[in-house]
Design a protein around this ligand. Structure first.
Ligand code: MV4
Length: 506
């Protein structure tokens, strides 16, 4: 049975880690809901474990032995008497078996039904379902390709270049571009073999390749009474290898009329899936502002805070309320967006070394402060970024009345953020914020490819040097021989806003 009944949540297990586990628990606590953390052996001292009312160890550090173990998580829920589970993002958040395991055990899954997850997990299934609701789709095939001859004919009709996509893929996984008929068979064979090994499903389909694409996604929300609204869009066109780097709301290119049209299409996608709880409808927008549905993500997304900032709505609280069977507390006409929010993802990666993860200890970790700045993270100074999971340190969100002001605030905040001990992408985020193409709004998903070179960051010191410099500064300060001057990743390239500052005032 899906979770359509009216039942108050009293204790929530959060099946995730890091910043999102904390983010979810904070809203739960404000609602008087008890919280249960689960954790791996690598996360014994993590903040989400300390924050929760109770915590259960799942097992060894690898996700496959901890955060991905449906059986162990269900046991933890039963053992603690949790009546709901929030999956966060990543891990089991889009696993229909997990949603169904909750449904079967009378535990509320804070998300959509297993059936909605399954439908949207199949890109072909999703396209077929939304086509009936008049949602625009990229020209292409609507069935898995079974005959090369037939497929080549269709490709010739829609015109090269085309993309071959895996039905079980998504987020850019299992995609192959084909520039001419001569490459077709080779790329097709690769796509099928990759899809088979990655997803256990070799079904592929064809789409016309949309040039100069922009990634614009709509936040939608449904309740279990059949109401669906959208909470406007986020633009996530600045990506690197399908990893989002900068997200913002609203998009710099949507007019109110186009926003309304795309918003209606997004709501129709949700209705086609009988969707409830939070979801994201991803569109691709071409140079002529034509938009096409690509896929739907059936979870709360990493970048949800920019939507919260421009709507004033706590999306996690709304997820919990809808999961308890409450009706959406507003109608579409009551929603308005205000101001502009930009999020950058701060990773423990070295932009001067091909973005290789730079795992280590946060020797200095000081967040920026001030009006309009929000930092969602899961770390404190002295903690180590574990090697087993995504190396994201934090999301920093800046909100202001206009896009220009949000960009200026972000630059100030980046300069104020002090991280030493490991390389981060802060300087890289600063590069984006100061780039003319980003500032003018004339960019597409090829921004980083086109404009970024490691040299763009100037003389960033290698991580080891930064770590050494930071250690030396602390040592010297301890010795009281001279005031310590912090060396942070951005300070090395841009000059820190801190003139001279003792790390530990005498
Ligand atoms: C496309 C496309 C061009 N044409 N589909 C990448 C993520 C996945 N959700 C779909 N993706 C794309 N699909 C057609 N028909 C280009 C991309 C794409 C992309 C999309 C959004 C953001 C960044 C991207 C980077 C490379 C390719």
């Amino acid at each position: 049975m899906p979770n359509v009944s009216m039942k108050k949540i009293t204790k929530l297990l959060v099946a995730n880690r890091g910043e999102i586990a904390l983010r979810v628990m904070r809203s739960a606590r404000e609602m008087g809901i008890q919280t249960v953390a689960v954790y791996s052996e690598a996360d014994r001292t993590a903040l989400h474990v300390r924050f929760a009312d109770e915590a259960i160890c799942l097992g060894p550090p690898p996700s496959s032995e901890s955060y991905l173990r449906i059986d162990k998580i269900m046991d933890a829920a039963k053992q603690t008497g949790a009546d709901a589970i929030h999956p966060g993002y990543g891990f089991l958040s889009e696993n229909e078996d997990f949603a169904r395991a909750c449904e079967d055990n009378d535990i509320i899954f804070v998300g959509p039904s297993g059936d909605s997850i399954e439908l949207m997990g199949s890109k072909l299934g999703a396209k077929a379902a939304v086509a009936k609701f008049g949602v625009p789709l990229v020209p292409g095939t609507s069935e898995p390709i079974s005959s090369i001859r037939e497929a080549k004919k269709i490709a010739a009709e829609i015109g090269y270049p085309i993309l071959i996509k895996a039905s079980a893929g998504g987020g850019g996984k299992g995609m192959r571009m084909v520039e001419s008929e001569a490459q077709f068979e080779e790329q097709m064979a690769r796509a099928v073999s990759e899809a088979t090994s990655a997803f256990g499903d070799g079904s592929v389909f064809i789409e016309k390749y949309v040039t100069q694409p922009r990634h614009i996604e709509f936040q939608i929300f449904g309740d279990t009474h059949g109401n669906v609204v959208h909470l406007f869009e986020r633009e996530c066109s600045i990506q690197r290898r399908h990893q989002k780097v900068v997200e913002e709301a609203p998009s710099a290119i949507l007019t109110p009329a186009l926003r309304q049209k795309m918003g209606e299409a997004a709501v129709n996608v949700a209705k086609a899936a009988k969707y409830y709880n939070a979801g994201t409808v991803e569109f691709i927008v071409d140079g002529h502002l034509n938009f096409y549905f690509l896929e739907m993500n059936t979870r709360l997304q990493v970048e949800h805070p920019v939507t919260e900032q421009i709507t004033g709505i706590d999306l996690v609280q709304l997820q919990l309320r809808v999961a308890q069977g409450e009706k959406l507390p507003f109608a579409q006409e009551q929603l308005a967006l205000r101001g502009h929010a930009i999020e950058v993802r701060v990773y423990a990666e070295d932009p001067t070394n091909n973005f290789l993860p730079d795992i280590g200890t946060l020797q200095t970790y000081k967040r920026p402060q001030g009006h309009g700045i929000r930092v969602d993270d899961g770390f404190e100074q002295g903690m180590t970024v574990p090697f087993y999971y995504d190396p994201m340190i934090a999301k920093m969100i800046c909100t202001a009345e206009t896009r220009e002001q949000a960009i200026e605030k972000m630059i100030r905040a980046i300069d104020e953020y002090e991280i030493t001990g490991l390389a981060t992408t802060l300087g890289f985020c600063r590069f984006v914020m100061t780039h003319e193409a980003f500032r003018s709004g004339h960019f597409d998903t090829k921004f980083i490819e086109k404009y970024f070179k490691p040299e763009s960051l100037g003389g960033t010191a290698p991580a080891e040097e930064q770590t050494l410099a930071a250690a030396l500064a602390v040592y010297l300060d301890d010795q009281k021989k001279m005031p310590a001057v912090p060396v942070s990743s951005q300070a090395a390239t841009q000059g820190s806003p801190w003139k001279t500052k003792r790390l530990y005032p005498a």
